[in-house]
Structures are given as C-alpha cells and as structure tokens.
Design a binder for this molecule. Sequence first.
Ligand code: UN1
Length: 506
Amino acid sequence: MHPVLSRLGLAAELPGAASHGDLSTTGPLVASTNPTTGEALAQVRLASREDYETVVTRAQEAFARWRLVPAPKRGEIVRAMGDALRRHKDDLGDLVTLEVGKLRSEGHGEVQEAIDMADFAVGLSRQLAGQTFHSERPQHRMYEQWHPLGVVGVITAFNFPHAVWAWNAMLALVCGDAVIWKPSLKAPLTALATHRICDAVLTEAGHPGVLGLVIGADDEVGRALVDDRRVPLISATGSCRMGRAVGAAVAGRLGRSLLELGGNNAVIVHSDADLELALRAVAFGAMGTSGQRCTTTRRLLVHEDVADTFLPRLERVYRSAKVGDPLADGTLVGPLIDEDAVRGFEHAVAQARAQGAELVAGGSRVDGPGHFVQPTLLRAAPDLPMVREETFAPILYVSTYRDLGEAIAWQNSVDQGLSSAIFTESFRASQRFLSHAGSDCGIANVNIGTSGAEIGGAFGGEKDTGGGREAGSDAWKAYMRRQTCTLNWGDDLPLAQGVVFDVGEG
Ligand code: UN1
C-alpha cells in the first residue's frame, strides 16, 4: 500500500460510508485507481440505500444539536478543522495527485483552497447578518434573520475531490447545517481521508454525525439523496447532464439546488494584449489539470493583428510541455482520469477534424501505462459543433477575429456561461468586455486566465453552468433560510397597505 495512504490512516479495503466513525457498508467493492499507473490504490465497499438511511438519520439528529451552537462557536470548530487540514496538507495533497492525477502543486493547492475556505468561514461565523427595514406602520419594526437550513447534500466531481466539498461544507457548518457528502466514485479515498480528518475535529468537540459521507452508486445513493425531502439543499458540481437531472429531481420536490456545472470558457487575446501574460495564462488555463477543470480554457479568440506572433509561440509551448508523472518535477500535463476520458479526447479530436478543424499540435494519446494524452491545439471556426461542446481534456480550439464585438459575441455563443477572460491594455476594450453587454459569464477576468479563481468571490456561472454560486461573497445565503420578522411595539394594529378591517364583538 502507498505510504501516503497509511499515513492518512486508510487501509486496503475501506467502508464507503461514515458519519461518527465508519459504518460497515454492504455494497459491492470498487477500486480506486491511480490514473498515472493504472494500478489500484485501495478498494472501497460502496454504501447501499440502507447505509444512506443510517447516515441521514444521524445527520438529522446531529443537526438538531448543532444548530443550537452559537455561530461564532461553530466558527471556532471550523478553525480547528482548518488547522487539522494544515497539519495533513502534504499527505492530502499527494493523495489528490495519486488519485486523480493532477500535478503535485495543484494537489497541494487544492488543500490550500480548503484551508482558505475554513479561514473565510471562521470570519463569516460572526457576520451571518440580515438587514433591518423601516416599517410603513407606526411603532413597528422589521428585520430579517438567517437560520440554519438543515441537512445539506453535497455532490462532488472527481476533478476537485477535496476543495469543492470544502467550499460547501465550511460554509454549511458555520451556518449551522449538517452535511452529507456524496463524492465521485473516481476519487473515494480523498473523500474518506478528508472526512476522517474533519469529522474527528467535530466529534472531539462533541458533535459527531454533523458530517456524513456516502460513497455509492449514482442510481442508488445519489438518487436517494437527491430525492430526499429531509435534505432541503442539494449542492451539485459536475456535468451539465448530471445537473439537469439533479436540478429537475430537486425542483420536483420543491427543494433548493445549487448547481455548478460545465464551462466552455474562452480567452480573448486582443490586438494590444501583453502577449507574455496571455501566453502563460492560456497555457495554464488550457493544459493545466489536463483540461479537467470546469474553468479550463477551451476556446481561444485571437485578434488577427497578433495571431501570427502569438500562435507560433503558443504552438511551441504546446510541443515542449512535458507530459508525465504528476509527482515529478517539471511535468506540466498529468494523466486524464480514466480510459473513458481518453476515448472522449480521441472522439473530440476526430470529430473536430471531420468538421473542418486543423490540427496544430498534439492530437494523440500517449502510449504506455496510465491515461495520458498530448495537449492539443486545433485551428477551428468558432461555430463548429465540436467547439461548442465541453470535452474534459486538454484540447484548445483557436480562432481569429477582426472586431471585438464579434469576439465577445462568439465568446457568449456557447450554452455554458462559467468563466471568461480578455487580455488587453486598452481601458475601452476591457470595460466593454466587463459591461452588461460584454461577457455573459459568472466569472469575467482581465489579464488573468479563466481558471484558478480565489475563494473570496462567489464561484459559479450562468446558462447551462447552472446559476449556482459557491465559496466566497454572500454564497453562504444558500445554506440558510431567511426569515422576515415584523414586530409591533405599539398599542394599535394598523394593517399594511392601508387596509381597514374593523371587527366588532357583537
Ligand atoms: C472546478 O473545476 O469544478 O477556479 C472548480 C478554478 C478552481 C476551481 C475549479 N479554483 O479553476
């Protein structure tokens, strides 16, 4: 067994559900494999429908007590959680790399993102503030307050197997909610290790069961969670297809969903761009995490005037980028998550070429163990059907433009609306991009790439990206219920809107 797993207390065979301590689960065994080598890291016995029931029952009981803890005290426990993550940062970061294949610095960056979320949530625990309003009625007062919501379901994808849970869980915890996590079956070990570290802190503080984990099949455990009226909020990160199904199911029971789905993000390199910055940002955005971020740069729109300078440089970067072991120094492109992802890559490249795209660099899988592909650059008309699709792989479609209005329209022409960026030195161009008639995405950057957002702002996007906002800003409001309170301290009962309703008593 890999030493990182032993250091994190993980065994070769693990139960796929946990709340206070692990449960002995009853589903089939699945292996978690290292995408770099194709070797199994450990096996997890999946949670069944009944195991889910145990976790949700415990979560409900735990919520009833947890919501009574003052929010700043909940914040202190979240602070201890952040400290526990700090202590395990190296091992957890390496585990992320082992299990999903992102570069070591990105694996460690993910744990840092969770620590940042904990810090953010600690501050927030003293700021869960509502507004007060002036009543139209004399001697009346109106205000709103925010109460804990209940048990929150968090569904996460393989590509951010640690941080995205933290975006949700750290907020939900200071808001007074219990959390049930259903992680991707492609990254169960990271979920187990993360859960155990954070659950130990809560349990020691006297709150077992506030955090629950169910690792199980989508059509069994996922379905049960999404359909469960005891879970008022489902926060789901993943594909647009998944989000459509989850959103419809949760809406069907009039629950609340927070969706963070696919992106088809573009970078515009304008005629006056700092090409050095643009080059580095496009390379990281498009090749980083092997193109498996929802924020990955998938489309590049380059102004005609700089295309002949910029594109050959980009091509050289693509040809020289080192593909290989994500734990090794110097690697820029690690593996895709599995064989299905490699097939998706091959299909996309073949389809784009059949539709008229021209291959500039890459285009093939890399032979050998593991699921490696070459970072791939294609010249393609911006309206090709394949360019409009999100393929979770390092494929970048490049087009040129003459007019900025046309580039912004192309950037907005896809179904998704997550992240966008422009590289320009021009005040006018950047302001046009950021204006209400500019980018239609949830994230719009100037001289910064599409990926790698900080946690301080709200994260999410429009259209098929699902409309949810997670992490910073006021994203916490999704995890609470708002109550409007009107108080009468006078000795009369005036009605709003001047309505008169005089009753007599006989
Ligand atoms: C995702 O891919 O689901 O902005 C999230 C970024 C990261 C989060 C990506 N902080 O690229």
